[in-house]
Design a binder for this molecule. Structure first.
Ligand code: NCD
Length: 309
C-alpha cells in the first residue's frame, strides 16, 4: 500500500512502492489495451493539471488517466492564468485547495517547486517534471515498458545517451532503476554529464560502443536547447555524428534490445529516424504505458487519501 499523499520523486520511493505501482499499472494497461476506458475509482474527485512549461504527452496523459478513472479534470496553462499576473505558487495552491481539488498535477521549470506546493496544499501533488530535478511518472512508465518486455528489471543493462545534464528523466530513471536492481550506463559529451552522477550509481562510459555493449535498453534523451547556453557541443550535426545513435551503433546492443525515448524526439539528432522507427523501438508503447502508470499512481494515492486525509 502506498503510504504517501504525493508523488514527487523516485529518490525517496522504495523498491516495494515502485513494484506496487508497476504491478497495478500493468493490469491497467492490459485493460486499456482491451479497449476499457471507463472506471469509477476516482468518481466524484477533481484533478487540476497545472503546467508552467510546454508539454504534449505528459499533460494529455495525466488528463486522460484522471478522466478514465472517472475524475473531473481542469487544465490550467500558466500563461493564461493569474500566474501571469504575478500570483505566487503558494497562493495558486491555496486557491486550488479552497476549490476542493483532490489532485494537482504540476510541471514547473524550477526544481523543487512541487515539493513546496505539496507542503502547502491538502490535495495530492503529482510532479510532472520539475526543472532539471525529477520526472517520476516518466521513469515509472519507462520501467513498466522495460518490465513488460523482459519480465523483470533486475539485471537489465540500461544505456542512457543524450542530454543527461539537463534531464529530469535521466535522474528519475537512475534512482528507480538502481533500486530495482538494473545497471545504468551513460554516455554524452562531458559538458552534458551532471557532476557526480557516477556517485549516484551510474557507470560513465567513454564511447557509444562501451555504453551500448550488451545493453538491453537504449534510451535516447532530447538535447534540451531551452535549458542550456550555447557551447556545450559544437553543433547539432556534430553531436549527431559523434554521440547520436544510428542503426550501426544500435548493433552494439543486444540483438533483442529495445529503444526508448521520452519524447519529444529531435529526429536525426539523438536518434536517427531509422532507430526511432526501428522494429525494436518501443517509443509508441511508452505512450500507453504512460496513461496506465498515471492511472495506477492516482488510484493508489487516492486509496491513501481515503484512509488518511
Ligand atoms: C521530457 C520532459 O519534459 O522532461 N518529456 C516528457 O515528459 N515526455 C523530456 C524532454 O522534454 O525532452
Amino acid at each position: 500500500m502506498l503510504k504517501r499523499k504525493d508523488m514527487l520523486g523516485l529518490i525517496d520511493t522504495s523498491a516495494e512502492e515502485i513494484d506496487e505501482i508497476l504491478t497495478l499499472a500493468a493490469a491497467m494497461k492490459a485493460k486499456l489495451r482491451a479497449g476499457e476506458k471507463k472506471f469509477d475509482d476516482l468518481a466524484g474527485k477533481t484533478c487540476t493539471v497545472l503546467f508552467y512549461e510546454n508539454s504534449t504527452r505528459t499533460r494529455t496523459s495525466f488528463e486522460q488517466a484522471a478522466k478514465y478513472l472517472g475524475a473531473t479534470t481542469v487544465n490550467i496553462a500558466a500563461a493564461t492564468s493569474s500566474v501571469a499576473k504575478g500570483e505566487t505558487l503558494v497562493d495558486t495552491g491555496k486557491t486550488l485547495d479552497a476549490q476542493r481539488n483532490d489532485f494537482i498535477v504540476m510541471r514547473h521549470p524550477m526544481g523543487g517547486a512541487p515539493y513546496l506546493l505539496a507542503k502547502t496544499v491538502k490535495a495530492s501533488v503529482l510532479n510532472a517534471g520539475d526543472g532539471m530535478n525529477e520526472h517520476p511518472s516518466q521513469a515509472l512508465l519507462d520501467m513498466l515498458t522495460m518490465r513488460e518486455e523482459f519480465g523483470t528489471l533486475r539485471g537489465l543493462k540500461v544505456a542512457i545517451l543524450g542530454d543527461i545534464k539537463h534531464s529530469r528523466v535521466a535522474k528519475s530513471n537512475l534512482f528507480g532503476l538502481k533500486k530495482m536492481g538494473a545497471e545504468v550506463t551513460m554516455f554524452a559529451p562531458e559538458t552534458l554529464i551532471p557532476k557526480d552522477v557516477d556517485k549516484l550509481g551510474a557507470k560513465l562510459c567513454v564511447s557509444r560502443e562501451e555504453a551500448l555493449d550488451g545493453a538491453d535498453v537504449v534510451m535516447g534523451l532530447r538535447i534540451q536547447l531551452e535549458r542550456q547556453q550555447a557551447g556545450n557541443f559544437p553543433s547539432l550535426g556534430e553531436y549527431a555524428a559523434f554521440y547520436g545513435v544510428d542503426e550501426k551503433t544500435l548493433g552494439y546492443a543486444k540483438p533483442n534490445a529495445i529503444v526508448l525515448h521520452p519524447g519529444p524526439v529531435n529526429r536525426g539528432v539523438e536518434l536517427t529516424s531509422g532507430v526511432i522507427d526501428h522494429e525494436r523501438s518501443r517509443i509508441e508503447e511508452q505512450v500507453l504505458s504512460g496513461v496506465a502508470v498515471r492511472m495506477a499512481l492516482m488510484k493508489l494515492l487516492n486509496e491513501y487519501r481515503e484512509r488518511n486525509c
